[in-house]
Ligand binder design. Structure first.
Ligand SMILES: [Zn+2]
Length: 493
């Protein structure tokens, strides 16, 4: 390779001292490549500025609020699209080329991908096959707005096993376990040595073996070493120690012994002595594992599982041609214990689609109008993301209810429909609250063990309010912890 310049610069444009909003700007001077790892938005900040029904009016406004990076302060030209305006779903292709070579999206949580809604349509967006599917399902089942505009993007999808080549820079995406399907970490074989970016991950979910495999790949560099024709010099570079580990640290300071299995068994314990007629349950809509856990329990005990029409359409899109076997279960069409809340005649095309799909299977009796909720016999779950009038005024308050707060990841979109608010509201109705939970993020010791195994030269914590904890913890080790400053480039050679 003989790169005359083996300098790279890493700048955190987001995810500094905050959970989410990750944007890692990586400039490889040797390869003359500029990339983003994730393009997230801090959802808390976003929702703080745009409450119920309000939307940004322009990209400039978002830059002024520091919700997205100000391109004037970066060495990037034409980062954002010029096409945002009146009809986001009917864009014309008129963005000028950018010098940002690629954006890699680790997983489809908004605090990692929402920024691509605003980007220049010529910039290649790399993400997992299923990640793209989830982003598009979200897009199609939500109203158009500046921040829900994923049309015309220059998508490139990958799977584990692929090696992506960006002007000579090799990037290996690799699956990890998280609270959402299709989460990846990345190994970037930069001219200054291997860089690892974890995205979000955990070791205690049903797919923890995937995180284990990612770790093995980091240690062996198998994919790159076996798949591409390399010169000896390149092989040496690839086999170098990990130069920089950019590691998520959401839960580095505080852990619980937990697992998705324990969510199921705790729920069963609750069920066995329940004096309750119905259960309201809240979790992150795209947390497929959690959806499956609750749906299984409902089926096992002969309870109905009620979701909204919008949820049904979202899950239906993900069920269709599911790439992962696990994403066929639950199944919106086939699972007869799943009931769908609908209201009046269809007003949007997606409502037509989900209604047709269900009626086609002669399953029309699985639709429930909101005002029929009050007539339901006991034994049903209702999945909620927030409390809304149609639900609360139609609940049969002679029945005994229970609320289970089961949000895995409080830092995504539903964060603002805060569980505490729901709990307080439900107290007035005599509905008690339980918490049954397993985090989407690694526990302190899973993180620490992972870092020790990777054994990088430098460690940059991201996606955490506890970066200094890493510094304290590793101060006796060889690993140098760097506390990144927002927008301040860090140079490595
Ligand atoms: Zn996440």
């Amino acid at each position: 390779m003989g790169k005359s310049n083996q300098t790279i610069r890493i700048t955190l444009l987001g995810g500094v001292n905050e959970v989410g909003g990750n944007i890692v700007f990586l400039e490889d001077i040797g390869y003359d490549v500029k990339i983003f790892l994730d393009f997230g938005v801090n959802i808390e900040k976003f929702k703080g500025n745009y409450r119920e029904g309000r939307h940004p009016s322009s990209i400039k406004e978002l830059m002024n609020l520091s919700i997205i990076p100000n391109e004037d302060h970066l060495s990037i030209e034409n980062l954002y699209t010029k096409q945002i305006g009146t009809q986001p779903k009917n864009l014309v292709d008129e963005d000028f080329p950018s010098n940002l070579d690629a954006i890699f999206i680790s997983h489809p949580h908004k605090d990692h991908f929402l920024g691509i809604s605003f980007v220049n349509r010529t910039i290649p967006i790399y993400t997992g096959v299923v990640s793209k599917k989830i982003i598009m399902a979200f897009y199609e089942s939500t109203k158009d707005s500046i921040e829900n505009n994923f049309t015309g993007l220059n998508w490139h999808t990958f799977r584990t096993g692929d090696i992506l080549n960006i002007k000579g820079l090799n990037v290996v995406p690799f699956h990890v376990d998280h609270s959402i399907p299709a989460a990846y970490g990345f190994i970037i074989y930069s001219s200054a040595g291997p860089i690892v970016y974890t995205g979000d991950f955990r070791m205690h979910g049903p797919l923890s073996n995937m995180t284990e495999e990612f770790l093995q790949e980091i240690k062996t560099n198998n994919l790159c070493l076996s798949k591409i024709n390399l010169t000896q010099e390149e092989k040496n570079l690839i086999s170098n120690e990990v130069k920089v580990l950019i590691c998520e640290g959401t839960k580095v300071h505080k852990g619980m012994v937990e697992s998705e299995d324990s969510v199921k068994s705790n729920l069963e314990k609750l069920f066995q002595k329940n004096p309750f007629d119905f259960i309201l349950v809240k979790y992150d809509r795209i947390d497929w594992d959690r959806f499956r856990t609750y749906s299984h329990i409902a089926k096992k005990y002969g309870w109905k599982y009620i979701i909204t029409e919008k949820d049904a359409y979202f899950y239906y899109l993900l069920n269709k041609d599911a790439i992962y076997e696990t994403m066929k279960d639950p199944n919106i069409i086939d699972d007869e214990h799943i009931y769908i809340l609908k209201k009046g005649p269809a007003r949007f095309p997606w409502q037509e689609k989900i209604r047709q799909a269900i009626y086609k299977q002669q399953q029309g009796e699985r639709f429930i109008e909101y005002n029929q909720i009050r007539d339901l016999e006991r034994n049903y779950f209702i999945f909620i993301t927030h409390l809304y009038d149609d639900l609360m005024k139609n609940l049969n308050h002679n029945l005994k209810g229970l609320f289970i707060s089961s949000s895995v990841d409080p830092y995504v979109e539903e964060f603002y429909d805060n569980t505490n608010t729901i709990s307080k509201e439900l107290e007035k109705f005599g509905i008690p609250v339980y918490r049954i939970h397993a985090s989407g993020h690694a526990t302190p010791h899973d993180l620490i063990n992972f870092i020790h195994e990777v054994n990088p030269r430098y460690l940059i914590p991201i996606h955490t309010e506890h970066a200094k904890f890493f510094q304290k913890f590793f101060h006796t080790s060889e690993i140098k912890v760097i506390i990144a400053e927002h927008n301040e480039p860090i140079k490595f050679q």
